[in-house]
Design a protein around this ligand. Structure first.
Ligand code: SF4
Length: 328
């Protein structure tokens, strides 16, 4: 709404549009988790103002946190509410994994309430945007492979994996990277970077300034008028088609019929000059329902699962005690 809060009325109007197929709540973005974003006033054209429901002439500020929920349980209640308001469309969320107890809190809330998202998108720390501070791009958030494994393992361990789809993103630009990400545990990959390159992006990192030299990320007609949309559209299309063709070739070469048949045993990694290991032997995969029976012998689960809370994203008491002993 005009005060920046969640408006059910506006949500219903947008979510029920035919072109909206699914709804994603963005908790955080891989390139700048916990940072929020700013669309500068200079970029709020009339069309954007109408589309986003924000006034022209002022910066459009997306805060770093949501006002519609404060706890893991409330997040899932919000997911359920959006599903209801949208007439049953799939609703999920995207997040960059930060502290393990935050994700574990959400997982415990699913277990306790039975409220499930239809999908979760894991955005790796290596995700890109030209508009993020370098400190965040370089140092904040968990990289995609480890984050994806944590989310996949948690859902398998809770016996929820077959009820929630997982998407993953983070520097996925080639067929092999799609294959490897699916082999690790994802159902699908999201990608931005490769498509931006196909469009002509030169990574000049000025998306937020309205001075994009290639005319892609600007509302300034002097800059975008030389962008030939017809020509660029076919380049983007070709990139996508050829990447999928290469993925098909990889699958055929491995004797597989569908990307979902890929598993960690298909990807080998050299770990020393004289040793290669499959991802299946490198990573500890939980068995279905394992978390329901006991805490697995896995460092992250061992250290954080028991203390995570479904009613708070705050650090567990044990971590808070450690912090206060440090400050003394
Ligand atoms: S070329 Fe344009 S879209 Fe690409 S990073 Fe630079 S400003 Fe952003």
């Amino acid at each position: 709404d005009d005060a920046g809060g969640f408006s059910e009325e506006k949500f219903v109007a947008n979510a029920n549009h035919d072109q909206v197929r699914m709804i994603e709540i963005k908790l955080s973005q891989g390139a700048k988790p916990g940072h929020g974003g700013v669309l500068p006033a200079a970029k709020v054209s009339e069309e954007i103002s109408i589309t986003r429901g924000v006034p022209m002439g002022v910066d459009c500020v997306s805060p770093s946190r949501h006002s519609a929920f404060n706890t893991p349980v409330e997040l899932l209640q919000f997911v359920a509410r959006l599903r209801e308001l949208s007439g049953g469309k799939p609703v999920g969320f995207k997040l960059a994994i930060g502290h393990p107890w935050e994700w574990f809190g959400i997982a415990k809330a699913m277990q306790e309430t039975g409220l499930l998202p239809d999908f979760i998108v894991v955005d790796g720390a290596e995700g890109g945007t030209g508009a993020a501070p370098a400190e965040f791009i370089d140092h904040v958030g968990v990289p995609m492979h480890e984050a994806l494994l944590l989310v996949h393992n948690t859902l398998v361990g809770l016996d929820l994996r077959d009820r929630i789809r997982i998407g993953a993103a983070g520097k996925v630009t080639s067929a092999f990277e799609i294959a490897r990400t699916i082999a690790l545990g994802a159902d699908w990959c999201n990608a931005g970077r490769g498509f931006m390159f196909a469009l002509g992006c030169i990574q000049s990192l000025s998306c937020h300034s309205d001075k994009c030299p290639t005319g892609i990320a600007t509302q300034n007609p002097h800059r975008w008028r030389h962008l030939d949309a017809t020509d660029k559209a076919s380049r983007v299309h070709n990139y996508h088609e050829n990447t999928l063709r290469a993925l098909r070739d990889l699958l055929c070469a491995a004797g597989l019929n569908d990307p979902s048949e890929l598993g960690p045993e298909h990807i080998l990694r050299r770990v020393s000059p004289v040793e290669i290991r499959s991802l299946a032997s490198l990573y500890r995969y939980l068995s279905p329902g394992e978390l329901l029976r006991r805490v697995p012998d896995h460092a992250v689960f061992h250290d954080y699962w028991a203390d995570a809370r479904s009613d708070s994203f705050q650090p567990p008491a044990r971590i808070q005690a450690l912090r206060s002993s440090k400050s003394r």
